[in-house]
Ligand binder design. Structure first.
Ligand code: SER
Length: 256
């Protein structure tokens, strides 16, 4: 499936779930002194997360992103780029964990027909609620739900200890298993291993805190959802490509 079709399918899916489709924000944000470039879909919605704008409570975007943190990894991994697009659905005090998890699963396994056997998930180590939804509602087997800590399953990563200030919360990630033939080949390999076998494709953030100076996590007046699905990684999965560079996004340029 071509990447342009994937992007459109995502937006159409969330439009059918009553989301307002919002244009990508500029790659160089105008009013956010905390970042040089737009690193995620949520950045243009910070004021909605803080309850300062209430025009709509559901949105979906395909956001143009650049992560300065990624630059050192470009060319060394199959899934980091100087520029990428992040598909995202957002709830501002509207739906929360159950819908975010259920719709992500429905989009991947129902709409795109990705084999559920190839998907694994992670949850924040203390997030029993998200764990129970994956296990009891979605029926993901225990052994494919991995509990991880502040570095991997809190967004922004390690925000509790290091910041930045602003909206943040625990998250749950969905991984695609590229198979035993890829990566370290160890028997216990799972999404906590960075060998490349398991690639994170979608991050579901349960944005429920506002981090204040000194690492204080103040509960937000409303609970929010911020998700990010990597378009280039999803394209690799859907095109049976070994990595993002083998997809229709990069191959015409590489061949030329
Ligand atoms: N903000 C989260 C991320 O960038 C989810 O969109 O991973």
């Amino acid at each position: 499936m071509k990447t342009d079709i994937l992007r459109q399918k995502f937006l159409d899916f969330f439009k059918s779930k009553k989301h307002k489709i919002v244009e990508s924000d500029s790659l160089v944000p105008k009013d956010d002194p905390t970042v040089l470039f737009t690193p995620a879909g949520m950045n243009q919605f910070k004021r909605q997360f803080l309850g300062q704008i209430t025009d709509f409570t559901r949105a979906a975007t395909s956001q143009r992103c650049l992560r300065t943190d990624d630059l050192d990894k470009v060319g060394k991994t199959s899934g980091h780029h100087t520029f990428f697009e992040m598909l995202g659905n957002f709830s501002f005090g509207d739906y929360f964990k159950k819908e975010a998890i259920s719709w992500a699963w429905e989009f991947l396994t129902g709409e795109l027909k990705i084999n559920p056997e190839r998907l694994w998930v992670s949850v924040y180590k203390d997030d029993d609620e998200a764990y129970a939804i994956w296990k009891d509602v979605i029926k993901v087997p225990d052994k494919k739900i991995v509990k991880l800590g502040d570095k991997d399953n809190f967004w922004p990563s390690e925000a509790k200890a290091k910041g930045p200030n602003g909206p943040c919360g625990p998250c749950s990630e969905i991984f695609f298993d590229f198979g035993e033939g890829v990566g370290c080949g160890k028997a216990g390999c799972d999404p906590s291993c960075s060998c490349g076998r398991f690639v994170e494709i979608w991050n579901l953030v349960f944005t429920q805190f506002n981090r204040k100076e000194g690492g204080i996590l103040e509960p937000l007046p409303q609970k929010n959802i911020d998700t990010g699905l990597g378009l280039e990684r999803l394209a690799a999965v859907m095109q049976n490509a070994a990595n993002n560079f083998e997809t229709d996004l990069f191959q015409p340029i590489i061949k030329e």
